[in-house]
Design a protein around this ligand. Sequence first.
Ligand SMILES: O=C(O)[C@H](O)[C@@H](O)[C@H](O)[C@H](O)COP(=O)(O)O
Length: 223
Amino acid sequence: MKFVEYADSEMMAIDLANIVAAELTEALHQNDRVCLAVAGGTTPGPIFDALCAADLDWTRVDVMPTDERWVPEDHARSNAGLIKQRLLVDRASAARFLPLFMPATRPEDVLPELESMIAPALPIDVALIGMGEDMHTASLFPDSDGLAAALDPHAPILVPIRRPDLPESRVTLSARVLRAATCKHVVFRGAAKKEALTQSRHLPDIEAPIQSVLSDATIHWAV
Ligand SMILES: O=C(O)[C@H](O)[C@@H](O)[C@H](O)[C@H](O)COP(=O)(O)O
């Protein structure tokens, strides 16, 4: 595991966008299509703003969220909405987006359809993964309903996640799918998350889900 510390988040965003663009370009030399999985939340936005202009063959790139809140794309909390507003613009507008949400009351009602769309795009070539202060990543939240299933080595591609404090149900790529990504970048800001990562090293995956995807990952951190 490699650790890269940046003086500020602007430098981190530009450097990470360049790294991801280079890794996608390399993957495009080896494959007809490549897969980019990206986190939602507030950290990736500036990275997307730089990455969307990357000069690569986006027509051969599949983009998917690492996880999704179970809300329509036009909802303020939608990761699909975030990705389409900030990443799939400029040159990157030519990419194909693979959603983790479909209109249905519960994720369980449409998981087979969602997985049938995601499966052909796997494995992930480049994953841009976030982390919370509670040591969650994607929607692999400690103490959540679904976490054990999502951490299972034989887990399905997608797993529904619920926790009473979460505003809505979630769907997440399972840990095995995230872990299998060829290039993995974990990105976060702030001393609290850096401390959480340090503490997570001493805990089992079920208490510190970030640990389930860290193998061979590069950690990018800015104050
Ligand atoms: O849907 C999401 O919210 C993300 O996929 C989630 O895993 C996020 O990466 C972390 O919660 C960090 O979020 P921030 O970047 O907002 O701190």
